[in-house]
Design a protein around this ligand. Sequence first.
Ligand code: SF4
Ligand code: SF4
Ligand code: SF4
Length: 241
Amino acid sequence: MRGTSQLSLENLTLSTRAAMSMRYARGRETHRFATGNATIPLWRRWRSRRDRDMTRYTLLIDTTRCMGCNCCTVACTDQFVENDWPPYSVAQPDTGQLWMSVVEKESGKFPAVKVRYIAQPCMLCDKPPCVTAAKNGAAYKRPDGIVLFDLEKSKGQKQIVDACPYGKAFWNEQLQIPQKCNLCAHRLDQGLQPACVNACPTQAITIGDATTLASTIADKKAKVLSPELGTDPKVYYVGLP
Ligand code: SF4
Ligand code: SF4
Ligand code: SF4
């Protein structure tokens, strides 16, 4: 499913991005990692490497809490434009890539029209077509579910981008490599939350372990986007229109 982004990077004002940067500088890194119905501080959750090794990452995005502010999109670009995070990623171009996009969906008929905003990162597919399309192991899924593109091996492999049915992989023309949201693996591996999760003012995005989030996903009847694509995504949505 290829959504229409409501925000282009060109439209981001410098002041908006600066404000987001300051927010990071102040460090809202005390957010919490969801463990089912309870949350515990991130540092406590990941004090043990064994715990981290056993995690299977899942995102739960509550569209009823999302106000379409695009802070998540800005935080993502702030994190990756002009910033290399080797060996995870190299800087994305200034324009043309939105690893996190917020898509507006209308439902109902006038005058009872309802608008929902759907934040869309990489869908954390359990059966990722981008990995299937890659040659020489250029795209791979870690045991924790994060799909990564190898910075060297993926050079010239544009078919990786074309294989993503969600339109969440992008081609870097200058570097000739595919790029996408990698769940901020560079941050997670240091015990920090993804930038978009950290920036969301309404806490609409929750990151957690698949097992511990399972009951919440069931209770809230959360669904994945376009399940008919058969990729078994691990990004779940509450309140999809
Ligand atoms: S930051 Fe949160 S509220 Fe704002 S668009 Fe993203 S998910 Fe929605
Ligand atoms: S959403 Fe696209 S880029 Fe992400 S894992 Fe699935 S196929 Fe790969
Ligand atoms: S998890 Fe990181 S890379 Fe993915 S959309 Fe959020 S900020 Fe961007």
